[in-house]
Design a protein around this ligand. Structure first.
Ligand code: CTP
Length: 401
């Protein structure tokens, strides 16, 4: 659920900052992109080098960094993320946040952000219980800031009490919870088919096509990033499993159909796979041999099940069924006819003709055809097509809810 999420981590100056290094690692393991802002005091506890190495991103620690300021850096930092996490959050930074101070990069970003903010307080137990901190926490809570911890236990100075920063895994869980509450597809289930299918002729030969699976895999990742519980039914591709999805690997159209039906019920199905229309009717158990003088063998074909049409007409039909139409001519007319014939709600039409570079390439130019008409999108990266399509799906499901 954190895959593809952009997390801005503000590290303020407390001994618990060492745990933030592990937090960065845990977040990255889950596929999140982590950017860090260090306060001046934080630099006394952890170095920009260690934070930058673990996050694999540039560390921001100076409000007047001219290159960043050239692009109004602090505003971009504040908004270009899915959540701002303050860990550790010292009494000082919580007071600054409550008061709206913007004396350094960290507090400026916190004042300028319009994203959800989660804080993991860490301080001495007397400071945590002080009326000033209690009032600041109350103020921040009423403004929508969420908190994780602090925990009770032995504190750095050897005293026992409440003030210890939560462990990195507890902070990860709190981030996931906060993000899923805001995720537009939280609680929705999605099925995506992707890639080609391999239809065996004999144990070593098969019929296949040039689909790379890039578009389908990107759609699965984009739906998961919006919070959908996503099953990706993937034909053979060279791609890594996209983060945040349950992936069922298949080879043939029949296996793809079984895996797709096995993932029902779902709210949305996106059939992006280039399923082979026909399969050898009687695949041999032994390798076909070339017999002198016999000529090439005739391979009888059988029609494969249509996964899209089956899902669209199923008793447990997903509320939204989306198909793709890969055409080399008469794109819009063929695609619109396909939408009706297959009984799906939307068809995403793309031209895969020679010279378009769509098959195997990274970019795509698509037209989304639904009952209301045709929406033509500019050429863009397949990842971007995926994000837009996922956002359109979220909107449609929200409207239909
Ligand atoms: N599709 C499917 N199962 C099949 C064939 C196609 O689920 N056996 C889906 C594809 O995933 C895609 C849509 O149907 O979403 C259209 O695929 P396409 O290959 O363009 O359509 P065909 O039905 O094969 O039509 P044609 O080959 O005549 O263009």
């Amino acid at each position: 659920m954190l895959a593809g999420k952009r997390i801005l981590l503000v590290i303020s100056g407390g001994i618990a900052a060492y745990k933030s290094l592990d937090l960065i690692r845990r977040l990255r393991e889950r596929g999140a992109d982590v950017r860090c802002v260090l306060t001046r005091a934080a630099r006394e506890f952890v170095t920009p080098l260690s934070v930058g190495t673990l996050s694999r991103n540039r560390v921001h620690d100076d409000l007047f960094d001219l290159t960043a300021e050239h692009e109004i850096g602090h505003i971009r930092l504040a908004r270009d993320c899915d959540i701002v996490v303050v860990a550790p959050a010292t009494a000082n930074i919580l007071a600054s946040m409550a008061q709206g101070f913007a004396g350094d990069l960290a507090t400026t970003v916190l004042l300028a952000t319009d994203r959800p903010v989660l804080a993991a307080p860490a301080m001495n137990h007397v400071m945590w219980a002080s009326p000033a901190t209690v009032a600041n926490i109350e103020t921040l809570r009423t403004r929508g800031v969420s908190f994780v911890g602090p925990e009770t236990g032995e504190l750095a100075e050897g005293e026992i009490g409440a003030g210890r920063m939560s462990e990195p895994l507890a902070i990860v869980a709190a981030i996931e919870k906060r993000l899923s509450a805001d995720a537009p597809l939280a609680g929705r289930r999605a099925i995506v088919t992707s890639g080609p299918t391999y239809e065996p002729i004999d144990p070593v030969r098969f019929i296949a096509n040039r689909s790379s699976g890039k578009q389908g895999h990107a759609i699965a990742a984009a739906l998961a990033a919006l919070g959908a519980q996503t099953t990706l039914v993937a034909g053979p591709t060279r791609l890594a499993d996209p983060p945040g999805c349950r992936v069922v690997h298949v080879e043939t159209a029949q296996q793809m159909l079984a895996a797709s039906l096995g993932a029902l019920p779902a709210d949305v199905a996106v059939c992006a796979a280039a399923v082979a229309d026909w399969r050898p009717a009687n695949p041999g158990n032994a390798k076909l041999k070339k017999t002198e003088g016999a000529g090439p063998p005739a391979i009888a074909l059988a029609e494969n099940p249509d996964i899209l049409a089956t899902l669209a007409r199923h008793a447990q039909r997903p509320r939204l069924v989306v198909g793709f139409a890969a055409e080399t001519e008469n794109l819009l007319a063929y695609a619109a006819a396909k939408r009706r014939r297959k009984g799906c709600d939307w068809i995403v039409a793309n031209d895969v003709g020679e010279g378009t570079g769509t098959f195997g390439g990274d970019a795509n130019r698509v037209h989304v055809i639904d009952a209301a008409g045709t929406e033509s999108w500019d050429a863009m990266a397949k990842d971007e097509v995926a994000r837009r399509l996922a956002a359109r799906i979220a909107l449609a499901l929200a409207g239909a809810a």
